[in-house]
Design a protein around this ligand. Structure first.
Ligand code: ARG
Length: 596
């Protein structure tokens, strides 16, 4: 996928090579810091001049003399200590717009030339525990990342690394028999209890309460753990029932969020259960794992405790139990060797930074990040917390974690009011549909539009505001462009006819050119969002697009434009709508509505 920036980078770097004879030249083309000086600037000459000890301005002039960008840009200008300023030519913008517009599916963006197999590990809630707001972030950020990578042409494998194994299942299974009408017969298939499994959170909380309060319950729970670990059929059936129930609750949320995860993507901790002894044995054999206070540990260099002692990555406890770390090592090997990953991307909150740094280091020490002599890329994509209006982690009024379902329900409820106000005469069914799209979209968009590494304050009022960088604003912008098109049709103007034989565009109005340039830069936004795993680059782009469209639409009549002007303007409308729709629905998984 070559964006304008890529082309400029290639050409300017090549000119730098020609002038200096050095191979390691990077043009470093960025968006112009000040639009008065152009659209882009190349910053690379300064560093190069320093390296070869020459005057940067002079070098920049020599590079410009070697450069032919006349098909894309106005003549480049050298500025300041050695920047090269670049301004796109209207003819280039027009040509690009025509090219993009003729590509129905991909808006003129080719797939990348170096496709990889990329595993994205995201969502990954813990079975039967609360799926909390942190999992909302992992779920939707992860979903956006795989959509971006997939669009770039990579083969993306989703992995939902759910926490579905561990001692908590003993008490959950024991709890299933609480009040059961049928007594449990060993060896029989699962005995359904009267316990309501439909609300897993409640179920877990109750089991935990009993575990802490009732010693007999606790003792029986421990026995179930042993049964489960020794592969007892009935215990396993019960465990599976718990997992299934919990997962179907998750699936409801995924579907509602427009997240593409399915049951096929689930490869939870339990999957690696039989691969854990080998992990420990192999690390011991390689001389990397040692015993320390009865536990088996790896001490990756560079990690220290607060006291300055080497920090252990514990892979087996003294009682023989394996840990989160062990499972992650097994999962990593599986992803590298079986799934054939060229890159693995893990999406979790920032509290797990150290875990992943140590995991990656240990994998490297053991050579497990290598396949066919090549290092597999290991990436930890982190995010901050969702805060309440009081600046503390988001909780309900009674201090409990907020259930995702309740959170979405409330957003949709409030969106209903927005729709009601905007469009009271729509049929109720359509109103409900729009409210769902706006409410769920608002929650997602608010999350995406924040820099993922910072915390953000969750505010229904802000995310549902009709102005500002919000889902309803974007959805409305889309609906507005669509309404222009509907109006055109009602006046007998066919956009298709207007655009069919269009050979040339007239971008003589500044707001036309400005909007056109922005439309041409969509590929750039996608690329940078994918490169840094940052959905907010995409939301910023879309927000700017909506604003530029507004400026254009205020200045330039479309349907009442002179006949020679109308096709260009209709094209700008059409491409704006298609770009917003593509960004929202294809890449962010947020529904657009034709009317709002
Ligand atoms: N289940 C974990 C949690 O809720 C997240 C798992 C992330 N993925 C991984 N491979 N460790 O914190």
């Amino acid at each position: 996928m070559k964006s304008v920036v890529d082309i400029l980078n290639d050409r300017i770097s090549a000119a730098m090579v020609r002038v200096t004879g050095r191979q390691d030249c990077a043009a470093i083309v960025r968006s112009a810091t000040d639009p008065r000086f152009g659209d882009y600037q190349a910053n690379g000459v300064m560093a190069l001049a320093k390296q070869i000890k020459t005057n940067p301005r002079k070098l920049a002039e020599e590079v410009v003399a070697q450069l032919d960008l006349s098909d894309i840009c106005e003549p480049p200008e050298v500025a300041g200590p050695g920047f090269i300023n670049l301004r796109l030519r209207p003819e280039y913008v027009a040509r690009e717009l025509l090219r993009i517009t003729s590509d129905k599916d991909r808006l003129g963006m080719e797939k990348g030339s170096e496709p990889q197999t990329i595993v994205v590990d995201f969502s990954s809630p813990n079975v039967a525990k609360q799926m909390h707001v942190g999992h909302l972030r992992s779920t939707i950020i992860g979903d956006c990342i795989w959509r971006l990578l997939e669009f770039q042409g990579h083969t993306v494998v989703r992995q939902n690394h759910i926490g579905d194994w561990g001692t908590q299942f003993g008490m959950l299974i024991r709890y299933m028999y609480q009040g059961a009408k049928v007594s449990h017969m060993h060896g029989a298939t699962t005995v359904f209890s009267v316990v309501d499994l439909s609300d897993m959170e409640e179920f877990y909380r109750e089991a935990k309460r009993l575990f802490d309060a009732d010693p007999q319950f606790a003792e029986e729970s421990r026995r179930y753990v042993v049964k489960l670990q020794s592969g007892d059929r009935t215990a396993l059936d019960d465990w599976r029932l718990i997992c299934d129930t919990s997962l179907s609750e998750c699936q409801t949320i995924y579907d509602r969020l427009g997240v593409q995860l399915t049951r096929d993507d689930v490869r939870g901790e339990s999957f690696y259960n039989d691969k854990l002894p080998t992990v420990v044995a192999d690390l011991k054999k390689a001389g990397l794992a040692t015993e320390s206070n009865g536990a088996v540990c790896v001490f990756p260099p560079g990690f220290k405790t607060k006291e300055g002692e080497p920090l252990p990555f514990i892979i087996q406890k003294s009682d023989g139990a394996y840990l989160y770390a062990t499972t992650d090592l097994a999962a990593l090997r599986y992803r590298v060797n079986v799934l054939q990953a060229g890159r693995i991307v893990y999406v979790t909150d920032a509290r797990q930074i150290q875990h992943f740094q140590m995991l990656f280091k240990v994998a490297e020490m053991a050579g497990w990040n290598q396949r066919d002599g090549k290092a597999v890329g290991l990436v930890h994509v982190t995010f901050g917390s969702v805060l309440g209006e009081d600046g503390r982690p988001l909780k309900t009024r009674s201090g409990e974690n907020v259930k995702l379902k309740d959170l979405l329900d409330e957003a949709v409820e409030r969106a209903r009011a927005v729709v009601q106000e905007k469009n009271p005469d729509l049929p109720p069914e359509q109103k409900a549909k729009i409210a769902e799209a706006v409410g769920v979209g608002a929650v997602k968009y608010a999350d995406y539009s924040n820099n993922r590494t910072s915390d953000y304050v969750f505010s229904y009022d802000k995310m549902l505001a009709m102005d500002g960088n919000t889902a309803p604003y974007m959805q409305y912008a889309y609906a507005r462009v669509k309404s222009i098109e509907r109006k055109a049709e009602s006046r007998g103007v066919s956009i298709q006819d207007d655009l069919r034989d269009l050979q040339n565009l007239d971008l003589s109005e500044p707001t036309e050119l400005d909007l056109g340039k922005h439309l041409v830069r969509y590929a750039e936004a996608i690329e940078s969002a994918a490169a840094d795993y940052r959905p907010n680059y995409l939301t910023s782009y879309l927000y700017e697009l909506a604003q530029k469209f507004s400026a254009f639409y205020t200045e330039c009549p479309v349907l009442d434009a002179p006949p020679d002007k109308r096709p260009t303007r209709l094209l700008l409308c059409d491409l704006t709508a298609r770009t917003i729709k593509h960004g929202l629905s294809q890449l962010l998984g947020i529904q657009v509505v034709e009317q709002m």
